[in-house]
Design a protein around this ligand. Structure first.
Ligand code: NAD
Length: 380
């Protein structure tokens, strides 16, 4: 069937505990008002009920039915597709985690080639300066700093031997702030002063989010960015702070901020680190003091034992702590580009070119087109 409308098909996320979405109801409504057709798969996990989508005019589809969606539909999601071998015949917009040669990347790309589908990877939707057009960074920093404050406060109240409990998402930012203020107040009574907080990468997306939560709970933080670290690490000064939140974007030449030798030092205030950047296996990791991520179920890793232990948080999906706000913010950034799907703007063209370049690296090319030619985005 020939379609005149752009059809966005929001698939249900299958990753365990993922409550976020790339398309909250309000954004879906804007698309519908702009003449799009929006179909939303049922999901029990998503932070927004199926009914909220139906109320704004979205069509409902069953969980996982994107496989049978009309060929012209753009399949929108956030996290990885279920691991299968079936060819992918649609245009998919999501975070595929396949372009940095992550595990299984070749299999994922080969599925697209087999089905003549296309991947528009959300991580690589960039403007002409190379800056990402939509990212969760702000909420990662916000949630990461909030968690670090929570862990520190919990330790003052319950003692360092008590394991910090499993985390569950907050349905509203105000609830999280209320919870934190309450815990920090009790912690301050025991500890005798407010915590001293350092945020590195404070001028970036995550860093600004971290700074925002500090302000919202009535604290102050020291912010470092490139200028403060250009002399090269490691930095003994970090040990004077009670809490350290790392928000830098890792790249070649990032100096180590802390080392095993430094953290083993007994003269240290530092009790809690949140590594928002969270890339323990990267050769550029400025925190080469741990080697595995942590989870909502077990948020902390004890990296130094003894009388003055040091705890580290390294959760790679921090924005899930506030699934509604983080989804709404992400979708707001993505919306102008979704609206541009009608015209196939340069953002989408770059993403498509990158897909073609990546499949070439595994010796494949898109069916029905020479490797230089791309399929046009616009619908008939
Ligand atoms: N854990 C999670 O859930 C999660 C979610 C989203 C993003 N992230 C990660 O957070 C990191 C930051 O993302 P972002 O969007 O905020 O990036 P960004 O580019 O907006 O900001 C990075 C900031 O770090 C600063 N910086 C870079 N190198 C530095 C150095 N050596 N010393 C001091 N400052 C330095 C930059 O100047 C910039 O201000 C990325 O690695 C990203 O993958 C993690």
């Amino acid at each position: 069937m020939t379609q005149n409308k752009i059809h966005i098909w929001l698939r249900a996320e299958t990753k365990l505990n993922e409550q976020r979405t790339a398309l909250p109801p309000q954004t879906a409504q804007t698309l519908i008002n702009a003449g799009f057709e929006v179909t939303v798969e049922s999901s029990k996990n998503r932070a927004f009920d199926d009914a909220e989508y139906q109320k704004v005019g979205c069509k409902n589809a069953s969980f996982g039915s994107w496989r049978q969606a009309p060929k012209e539909a753009f399949i929108l999601g956030l996290k990885e597709l279920p691991e299968e071998e079936t060819p992918l015949t649609h245009r998919h917009i999501y975070f595929a985690h396949a372009y940095k040669e992550q595990s299984g990347w070749q299999e994922v790309l080969a599925r697209f080639v087999k089905g003549d589908g296309t991947l528009y990877d959300l991580e690589f939707l960039t403007d002409e300066t190379g800056r990402r057009v939509a990212a969760f960074g702000h909420w990662a920093g916000f949630a990461g700093c909030a968690t670090a404050l929570d862990v520190w406060a919990y330790r003052q109240i319950h003692g360092s031997e008590e394991q910090f409990p499993k985390m569950t998402p907050f349905s509203k930012q105000e609830q999280l702030i209320f919870h934190l203020k309450d815990r920090l107040e009790s912690a301050e009574k025991k500890f005798g002063r407010k915590p001293r907080v350092l945020i590195i990468g404070s001028k970036g997306r995550c860093g600004k989010g971290a700074m925002e939560v500090i302000e919202k709970v009535g604290l102050q933080a020291t912010g470092w960015d490139l200028a403060e670290t250009e002399k090269g690490g490691p930095f003994e000064e970090i040990l004077d702070f009670d809490i350290f939140v790392n928000c830098v974007y890792l790249k070649d030449g990032t100096p180590p901020f802390l080392t095993h030798d430094l953290t083993a030092s007994i003269v240290r205030n530092l009790q809690v680190i949140c590594d928002v950047s969270c890339d323990p296996n990267s050769p550029h990791n400025p925190l080469p003091i741990y080697n595995r991520i942590t989870t909502f179920d077990e948020p902390t890793l004890r990296i130094v034992n003894g009388n003055n232990p040091l705890d580290l948080i390294a959760i790679d999906h921090l924005p899930s702590l506030l699934p509604r706000e983080s989804s709404e913010d992400f979708a707001e950034q993505l919306l102008p580009h979704l609206l541009d799907l009608k015209t196939g703007s340069s953002v989408w063209k770059r993403a498509e070119d990158l897909f073609i370049e990546k499949i070439k690296t595994i010796g494949l090319s898109k069916k029905g087109s020479s490797s230089e030619e791309t399929q046009p985005l616009e619908h008939s």
